[in-house]
Design a protein around this ligand. Structure first.
Ligand code: ADP
Ligand code: MG
Length: 700
């Protein structure tokens, strides 16, 4: 490939970022169909579409040795034609020394087929063997060539994901045409990286992926796809680092407090802060004191004490004369936060209110006025906080709880309500550190990895639903001691109606058994009723709460000691762990029962056992990561990043750390991407959809 001149980024950019062209004669909707499978219509989109597999057509097999379903390439003599008749296709009989094969065409002009298949001549045919009436048949062969002319079917043919109406051959030809216009690329990776793995260059890797010499060439683990996946990871990590670097230079306002409010909160606590809390608060205060806006993720398992950290951050803002807003994903959680924060903020004399979508017009008006005048220092709310008529006097800090429920655009809408406010995102979903790099890489990270002392371990058991009566008896005993229990049923969107019916049925059964004291909450129950039910549960008027996952986070009822989770096999491990964290918050021993419905697969059993045996959310996340593969975690986060094209999380997630390290070094050495390697990095950023980051580097 190389002709001695150095490869030009502009040329490759031009080749890859132009529209791909469907082959001549293709139907006019072809590019729309290709866009569906490739995620775009640029050359970049089609050449970054990896084959699922590849068909090996090199092997020539005697007819008698082929089996139903084989993709076979056969050299045989044309024996005769049988014209289409009634609903039978046009058939051509082929023979070799071992037997006969019928080639069949449902479409096609008889004269043309006779010319294409002259009796007495030899042809090489390649396609799928089927059985029809006990005879070997090949319907519409993939390839027919004349060996006398020295023709051969493609040796190894990549197979791409398709969609209704799109032919594999049309897609391949589009990809190859695009690929042939792509010149050699400058190397954006460290020479030592490429050498250490014995990787091909970018252009060669693409070439082999689409023109494989053997089926192994297209495997995710193979060197070609791996090199490209690494490029994709590297591009993402560079982009995240550049965004972070840029954010640190953005104009914002330094929030420097004198500690007078924070100290009052600390003085009011009946306990000392954990080391992790002290460390996180220090990191947050340092960020807030910078003129650039903070974007920090506070990760901490359930019960690790995030609320206090948030309260101290908001107190800091109040000391400096700024307002804070805390966003929670549901009304219920907003109110719960209000209740837990109230005593802390009151201790410091900080005025606070809760604003949700449920407030009556009159109350709402009063709160809005107090926000606008600056009378309120802290407002806790839901999506209601995004509304256009919501304004702050001077918003300096935003705290977002349970980040995965808010999209990046939600965050942006909230940020727009202040002048570059600092942002603290709190998440109780622990993710392995390497994954955090990829998903939250543009944020700084604080981790509450130490639990407050004396926190008990929740006794956890797994059992089949057939043992439910034992569980019910245990709840009855607990109720006699004044304790309370949750009974959680899954609610999966796709089967919502069935699931809700199941929750209702369970509620009716338990109510029939216990008489009174049983409540139900789920998303279809009106907020007023839900609140009333929660209140009866909190006050002890009721002792059993049947619920879907609305109680997943935030609910804090110290008397709750039993958590029953039905169909536990249908929940994610992090979710099970979070739910379990709802009990044992008081001084009494908590327990959790994971009920599963047989049959339970090996993997599902291992997953439930992981929750039973571990009480650390990070350990559970690591196990989940291993059992489920990183795919779900990488894929389902609302990261706002372009989806991976070449990275297969199962095969490539373990390269994340290395790609991130390489990105960090590259950006540290050349923050403006001013060197020739920097120019190459800018190119790889654009190719993988991070043009914004490439621009950030240019503007410095
Ligand atoms: P989460 O991180 O799940 O939001 P919370 O902030 O709700 O956790 O804290 C859980 C419980 O631990 C609360 O009752 C809180 O008062 C208590 N807590 C927080 N920090 C400490 C500490 N340093 N020592 C003892 N208890 C603490
Ligand atoms: Mg919390």
């Amino acid at each position: 490939m190389s002709d001695g001149t150095s490869p030009s980024p502009t040329a490759i950019e031009a080749a890859l970022l132009t529209e791909a062209r469907a082959p001549k004669g293709a139907r006019k909707e072809t590019m729309d169909l290709i866009e569906k499978v490739a995620g775009g219509r640029l050359v970049r989109d089609v050449v970054f579409l990896p084959p699922n597999s590849a068909i090996d057509r090199r092997l020539r097999v005697p007819i008698a040795e082929t089996n139903d379903g084989d993709i076979a390439t056969i050299e045989a003599e044309i024996d005769g034609h049988m014209a289409a008749y009634k609903n039978l296709p046009h058939r051509i009989r082929l023979r070799d020394e071992t037997g006969f094969l019928t080639v069949a065409y449902f479409r096609g002009n008889e004269e043309m087929l006779k010319r294409m298949w002259p009796v007495g001549q030899t042809r090489l045919v390649s396609g799928k063997i089927g059985m029809y009436d006990g005879m070997r048949q090949m319907l519409h062969p993939d390839h027919v060539v004349d060996p006398e002319k020295g023709e051969a079917p493609p040796a190894v043919e990549p197979v791409y994901p398709l969609t209704q109406g799109l032919f594999g051959r049309t897609l391949s030809r589009t990809i190859l045409a695009g690929l042939d216009g792509v010149p050699e690329a400058p190397e954006w990776l460290e020479a030592t990286t490429v050498k250490a793995h014995d990787w091909p260059d970018f252009r060669t890797a693409l070439e082999h992926l689409h023109r494989p010499a053997s089926p192994e060439d297209v495997l995710p683990e193979g060197p070609f796809r791996t090199r490209l996946a690494y490029d994709e990871l590297f591009a993402r990590q560079c982009a995240l680092r550049l965004r972070r670097q840029h954010r640190r230079k953005e104009p914002g306002r330094a929030v420097v407090g004198d500690g007078r409010f924070a100290q009052k909160i600390i003085d009011s606590l009946p306990f000392a802060q954990t080391g992790a809390q002290l460390r996180s608060i220090k990191e947050i205060y340092a960020d807030m004191a910078e003129p650039a806006p903070m974007l920090r993720l506070l990760q901490g398992d359930v019960g690790s004490g995030k609320t206090l950290v948030a309260a101290l951050a908001m107190a800091r803002a109040a000391e400096a004369g700024f307002q804070s807003a805390m966003m929670a994903p549901t009304d219920l959680l907003a109110r719960q936060h209000g209740q837990t924060l109230a005593p802390l903020l009151e201790a410091a004399g900080i005025a606070m209110a809760v604003l949700t979508g449920r407030d009556k017009a009159k109350e709402r008006k009063v709160i809005l006025e107090r926000m606008a005048s600056g009378d309120l220092s802290v407002v806790i709310g839901t999506h209601a906080l995004f509304q256009d008529d919501v304004a702050f006097k001077d918003l300096g800090l935003i705290v977002i709880d349970e980040q995965h429920r808010f999209g990046v655009s939600d965050r942006a809408r909230m940020v727009a309500k202040g002048y570059s406010p600092h942002v603290l995102v709190m998440s109780a979903t622990p993710i392995p550190r390497t994954l955090a790099l990829s998903i939250h890489g543009d944020m700084d990270l604080s981790v509450l990895d130490e639990k407050p002392p004396g926190r008990q371990i929740i006794k956890t058991a797994t059992m089949p639903t057939s043992r439910m009566s034992e569980v019910i008896e245990a709840i009855a005993d607990a109720a006699k001691r004044g304790e309370r229990a949750y009974w959680v049923c899954p609610l999966i969107e796709e089967s919502e109606a069935v699931d809700l019916a199941a929750v209702d049925d369970r509620y009716e059964e338990l109510k029939a058994y216990f008489g009174k004291g049983v409540e139900i909450v789920h998303g279809r129950i009106s907020p007023t009723q839900r609140e009333a039910a929660m209140e009866r549960f909190r006050s002890g008027e009721s002792f059993l709460m049947v619920a879907t996952t609305v109680i997943e986070v935030g609910v804090n009822v110290p008397e709750a000691t039993i958590m029953v989770i039905e169909h536990a096999e249908r929940f994610g491990l992090a979710q099970l762990h979070q739910l379990r964290g709802r009990v044992g918050r008081g001084d009494k021993q908590g327990s959790c029962v994971l009920l599963w419905k047989p049959p339970l697969g090996v993997n599902a059993k291992e997953r439930l056992d992981a929750v039973r045996r571990n009480d650390d959310g990070f350990a559970i996340a690591e196990i989940d990561f291993r059992l489920r593969g990183a795919g779900d975690m990488l894929g389902t986060q609302q990261s706002g990043l372009p989806p991976f094209r070449l990275v297969s999380p199962e095969a490539h997630a373990d390269m994340l750390g290395a790609a991130d390290k390489e990105a960090r070094l590259a950006i540290e050495r050349d923050p403006d991407l001013a060197t020739s390697r920097g120019e190459a990095i800018r190119l790889v950023l654009k190719l993988f959809g991070y043009a914004d980051a490439a621009e950030l580097a240019r503007s410095g």
